[in-house]
Design a protein around this ligand. Sequence first.
Ligand SMILES: NC(=O)c1ccc[n+]([C@@H]2O[C@H](COP(=O)([O-])OP(=O)(O)OC[C@H]3O[C@@H](n4cnc5c(N)ncnc54)[C@H](O)[C@@H]3O)[C@@H](O)[C@H]2O)c1
Length: 293
Amino acid sequence: MNINDVKKIAVIGSGQMGHQIAMLAALGGFETVIQDISESALTKAEKSLNGIMNKWVSKGKITEDAVNAAFARLVFSTNLKEAVQDADFVIEAVVEKLEVKRSVFKELDTWAPKHAILATNSSTIVNSLIAEVTERPEKMINMHFFFPPLVMDCVEVVMSSQTSEETAKVTMEVCERMNRTAVLLKKEISGFIANRILGALNKEAIYLYENGYADYQDIDLIVKKALGHPMGPFELMDFSGLDVVYFVQNQQYQESGNPLERPAKCLQEKVEKGELGRKTGKGFYTYEKEEVK
Ligand SMILES: NC(=O)c1ccc[n+]([C@@H]2O[C@H](COP(=O)([O-])OP(=O)(O)OC[C@H]3O[C@@H](n4cnc5c(N)ncnc54)[C@H](O)[C@@H]3O)[C@@H](O)[C@H]2O)c1
């Protein structure tokens, strides 16, 4: 298989990540289908993409014709079998729970053509843990986009010991056609590179906050002013979604069994209260209506 054999991409899950990944694929010239079990998630996705593309056109980032051509290549579906049965490349972006991903990949392995590459956009789970439920571990790969994918120009492509060189090469070329800078990791590790570094920063920030050394606003201020980060760790956690950060920490804890890796108490409390950050209007900070996507 080579890049020219990739005509159609299916993206599974149309949440914060999936809908924008699908738009990148459509803008990159691929026939694209985006699938979600939730009809309302698909409606929200279409509305969000229309809004973003209108902004791009008004700023002169893209022509209206290019946007119309991309939308003509993009199909929305709630039916997994129909979405993937003629796909050459599948990118999964459903919730960060191993058991959900495994059940999705079992179905993908059943319905997608035998030649199709199956990629996961997981923030932390290595593909070998998911590949176990498929009969094509050599065609499994991590393709980790960053939030928001239409803005952030980086993808971590991660091979397991069973991923073939051909799968890695095609995946890198798919990223290139999607106009994203891809970096290849030839050896897998949970959390990959960016999130391991970010996770260490978040853990330290939460430790300092929970133990009363400084308030979260002041920690954010110091990280921005002294370290030159564009956002503080608490602002960034709110931006990504506290549920996502919590699931990531929980997954790492489940994998290591190390009590020191237990998810932070303040995160668990916020998730239980439904205070998930910017997307719900409240996380560590409170957001005005127009800031909530
Ligand atoms: N949010 C981030 O900053 C970020 C960054 C990089 C990677 N990721 C990863 O991307 C994935 C998705 O995260 P998100 O933030 O977009 O989550 P999200 O909650 O916004 O979206 C998940 C979507 O998946 C759908 N879904 C759930 N089960 C499904 C199934 N069985 N079949 C089809 N659709 C299903 C849900 O309806 C929802 O629309 C996760 O693995 C996450 O770790 C997230």
